[in-house]
Design a protein around this ligand. Structure first.
Ligand SMILES: N[C@@H](CCC[C@H](N)C(=O)O)C(=O)O
Length: 260
């Protein structure tokens, strides 16, 4: 089968995207997705997305991790897919799309793609660390000197501990900088089973638990290995709403590939 693909990245979190409005890629197998995402034998990416149609929405997002399995919400993926929708002619600046965790809004403004995330109503406190779901499950641990941390080793340990082994969890290491509204985040992603350059739902989780205003509006700037994102939200206790994740989403290249 010949595949027409597009490669996008959002702060270095990279994705293969396929236009599936005519359903031609409906029967992709787990092995085929894993092959396409393989950085040596395939195209190479952290994940793969199909842009599907869905009544009442501009499009539907289907997301697979690089291990070939369909997974939960991907924040950078949602931002890249919105830019892709615009690039293929869905000519809007405000989109509404359906993802695995429900409806999302997204806006494009001067090369910044902003994605509205679902409200978060629960944060679990775990020995000074945090566990929360921002569309995907996240573990957040604060640390010093995050750029020198062995994220692969430490992230893998937490992801595979008894509690998380079966479902998996994404693990974020966060450094609070001297500026109250700026943090640095590095993430070990389940399903990639490695550190990625950025993780949108992870950055969101880290920004929520880094609030500098406990009752009201917050804006947190987040530095990742692949660039800068920002997260805006309203906080009341452990509930968060009007959460917007914003940053660049860029087309890298497109092409065709033959797969068995
Ligand atoms: N890179 C993503 C998260 C993708 C899903 C994650 N690997 C999982 O399976 O939970 C993002 O930008 O949010």
């Amino acid at each position: 089968m010949q595949i027409e693909f597009y490669k996008y990245q959002g702060t270095g979190n990279d994705f293969i995207i396929m236009d599936n409005r005519d359903k031609r890629y409906d029967s992709l197998t787990r092995q085929q997705v894993a092959f396409l995402c393989d950085r040596r034998f395939g195209i190479g990416a952290d994940g793969l997305m199909l842009l599907n149609t869905h009544p009442g929405y501009d499009f539907e997002m289907k997301y697979y991790n690089s291990d070939g399995r369909e997974s939960t919400m991907c924040g950078n993926g949602g931002r890249c897919l919105t830019q892709f929708a615009y690039d293929i002619g869905i000519d809007k600046t405000s989109f509404s799309f359906l993802a695995v965790d429900g409806p999302h809004e997204a806006n494009i403004n001067e090369k910044v793609v902003a994605l509205k995330m679902n409200d978060v109503n629960q944060v679990r406190h775990d020995h000074g660390d945090y566990i929360l779901n921002t569309g995907s499950p996240h573990y957040v641990q604060f640390t010093n000197d995050v750029m020198h941390l062995d994220v692969y080793k430490k992230g893998k340990e937490i992801r595979h501990n008894k509690e998380f082994e079966k479902e998996g969890i994404n693990v974020n290491f966060v450094e609070q900088t001297e500026l109250t509204d700026r943090i640095i985040v590095r993430t070990y992603e389940r399903g990639v089973e490695d550190e990625t350059f950025s993780c949108g739902t992870g950055v969101t989780a880290a920004a929520l638990v880094s609030a500098h205003n406990d009752s009201g509006f917050n804006r947190v700037e987040v530095k990742t290995k692949g660039g800068l994102l920002s997260v805006e939200y309203e906080k009341k206790g452990d509930t968060f709403k009007n959460i917007w994740l914003s940053g660049p989403a860029v087309k890298v290249f497109s092409g065709t590939i033959e797969i068995d």
